[in-house]
Design a protein around this ligand. Structure first.
Ligand SMILES: *Cc1c(COP(=O)(O)O)cnc(C)c1O
Length: 361
C-alpha cells in the first residue's frame, strides 16, 4: 500500500487569504478589507434569522423555490434558470467541477479574483492568466488566449480588486467570439453598484454560453451567512444541480436572503450612501496625489508610487485602527484596496493617509 495522497495538483493550491479583521492592541478598529456593507444586514434579514431559530429541527428546502421565485421577481428573471449556492464561491466551484478537468484550461485575467484559480485547480484543470489593459479586462487578449482546451472564462464585472467595468457591448463581443466548447462566467458580485447594469442577465436570455453569478455578501451585507446564486440556460442549471448538495443552503440563510431582497428601501439607502462616499473618497485620495481609477463597486483601489510606499501606508493605517487590503497577491503590489465605509470611516481613512503623506514629504 502506498500512503494516502490527494489528487495531483491539490497541494499546489495556494490557500485563500481573507481580509484581516483585528489589530493587536488597537481598539475602535474599522475593517475596510473585505468589501462588506458598512451598515450591516437589513433589519428585515436580522428578524428573519431570529424567526428561523424556532424551526431549526427541520431540514431546509432542497430546491430553494421560495428564494428563486423572489430573485426572479426582483430581477425579472426565469426562476427555473436560477441556482443558489453557499456564496457565489460555490457556484464558481460547481462550474469548474462540472465543466473543467485534467487537460482543460480555465481562463481568468491578470488581476482576477483568487477563487477562479483555486476552483480550477481543485477540479484538476489548468489555470491560465490573461493580461489586462490599464487594470481593465481586455476582451481581445482573452479571445487571443483561447485554445481548443479552454472550457471556462471568468471575468468579474465590475472587477475586484480593480473596481473597473467593461460595457455590455464588450461583454457581448467576448461571448460571441469564444470557441464553441467554452462558457463565459460573468461574476456579478458587485453588479448592483453599477447603476442600470443587470449583471449580463439579458444577454443570457438569448445566449446559452454565458453564466452570471451573484451574491448576498456585498450589497446585502450577508457575507457571514454565505448565499449566492447563478443564472444560466436551463441545460447548464440542470448540470450544476447534479453536483450541488441537496441541503447546501441552511433554512436560516434562505430566509434571511429572501428578507434582505425584499427590503428595497434599505438597499436603496446603502447604494446611495456608497455612491456618495465613493466619489468623496476618490476625490479626496486624488487630492493627496494618489492614483485612483473610477470605481464601479463598493471599494477603491489606491495606487501609490511603489510597493514600499503602499506597504508603509498600510502599516500606518493599521496603527490608526484602519484595516485595508494589500493586493500584491493580485499583482498590484503598489496598491491598497479600501472598502467604501460609512462617512466617519472614509474621513478617518483620508485623514490618516493625509498624515502619512505629510510625514513622507
Ligand atoms: C466577494 C466576491 C465574491 C463573492 O463571494 P461569496 O462567495 O458570494 O461571498 C465573488 N466574486 C468576487 C469578485 C468577489 O469580490
Amino acid at each position: 500500500m502506498t500512503r494516502m495522497e490527494p489528487q495531483p495538483g491539490i497541494m499546489d493550491i495556494a490557500l485563500y487569504v481573507g481580509g484581516a479583521s483585528q489589530i493587536a492592541g488597537v481598539s475602535d478598529v474599522v475593517k475596510l478589507s473585505s468589501n462588506e456593507n458598512p451598515f450591516g444586514p437589513s433589519p428585515a434579514a436580522i428578524a428573519a434569522v431570529e424567526r428561523s431559530a424556532r424551526t431549526l429541527h427541520r431540514y431546509p428546502s432542497t430546491d430553494h423555490a421560495s428564494l428563486r421565485a423572489a430573485l426572479a421577481e426582483v430581477h425579472g428573471l426565469d426562476a427555473a434558470r436560477i441556482i443558489c449556492g453557499v456564496g457565489s464561491d460555490e457556484i464558481i466551484h460547481f462550474l469548474c467541477q462540472a465543466y473543467a478537468g485534467p487537460g482543460d484550461e480555465v481562463l481568468y485575467t491578470q488581476h482576477g479574483f483568487a477563487m477562479y484559480r483555486i476552483s480550477a485547480m481543485a477540479a484538476g484543470a489548468t489555470p491560465v492568466e490573461v493580461a489586462e489593459r490599464d487594470r481593465t479586462v481586455h476582451v481581445d487578449a482573452i479571445l487571443a488566449a483561447c485554445t481548443e482546451h479552454t472550457r471556462l472564462v471568468f471575468i468579474a464585472n465590475p472587477a475586484n480588486p480593480t473596481g473597473t467595468f467593461i460595457q455590455l457591448g464588450e461583454v457581448e463581443r467576448l461571448a460571441e467570439g469564444l470557441p464553441e466548447q467554452c462558457l463565459l462566467v460573468l461574476d456579478g458580485a458587485y453588479a448592483e453598484f453599477e447603476e442600470g447594469y443587470d449583471g449580463g442577465a439579458a444577454l443570457i436570455e438569448h445566449r446559452d454560453n454565458v453564466v452570471m453569478t451573484r451574491t448576498f455578501s456585498k450589497l446585502y451585507g450577508l457575507g457571514g451567512l454565505r448565499v449566492g446564486w447563478g443564472y444560466a440556460s436551463r441545460d447548464i442549471i440542470d448540470v450544476l444541480n447534479r453536483v450541488r448538495g441537496p441541503f447546501n443552503l441552511s433554512s436560516t440563510a434562505l430566509e434571511a436572503a429572501e428578507a434582505a431582497l425584499g427590503d428595497h428601501a434599505y438597499v436603496e439607502k446603502c447604494l446611495a450612501e456608497n455612491a456618495k462616499m465613493r466619489s468623496w473618497l476618490t476625490e479626496a485620495l486624488r487630492g493627496l496625489g494618489i492614483g485612483v481609477d473610477d470605481s464601479h463597486a463598493n471599494f477603491v483601489l489606491a495606487r501609490f508610487s511603489d510597493p514600499a510606499e503602499a506597504d508603509a501606508c498600510e502599516a500606518h493605517l493599521k496603527t490608526q485602527g484602519l484595516i485595508v487590503r494589500k493586493v500584491a497577491g493580485y499583482k498590484l503590489p503598489e496598491a491598497l484596496r479600501i472598502t467604501v465605509g460609512d462617512e466617519s470611516a472614509c474621513r478617518r481613512v483620508v485623514h490618516a493617509i493625509g498624515q502619512f503623506k505629510a510625514v513622507a514629504e
